[in-house]
Design a protein around this ligand. Sequence first.
Ligand code: SF4
Length: 84
Amino acid sequence: MPKLMLRHDRPNCIGCAACAAIAPDFWEMAADDKSDIKNSAKLEDGTEERSIEEKEFAINKDAAESCPVNVISIWDDDKKEKLA
Ligand code: SF4
């Protein structure tokens, strides 16, 4: 099974809240009006990431596709391949 990594280019998030509406188990709105991946690691460049299970892929793909500025992505972290 590939190691799936959910990533958020948080500095470019415009805070539309679509991700949090679609996948509230994974996404929430923060006090600064941007979204956060729940329980994620915060990287120095402002990106957030969290590994997810295969069964969690579809709902986060829906969130990624709903994002108007395409700052949500899902990666096969072993192959460094973008899946959504
Ligand atoms: S859908 Fe995209 S722009 Fe909107 S809050 Fe979520 S990450 Fe930010």
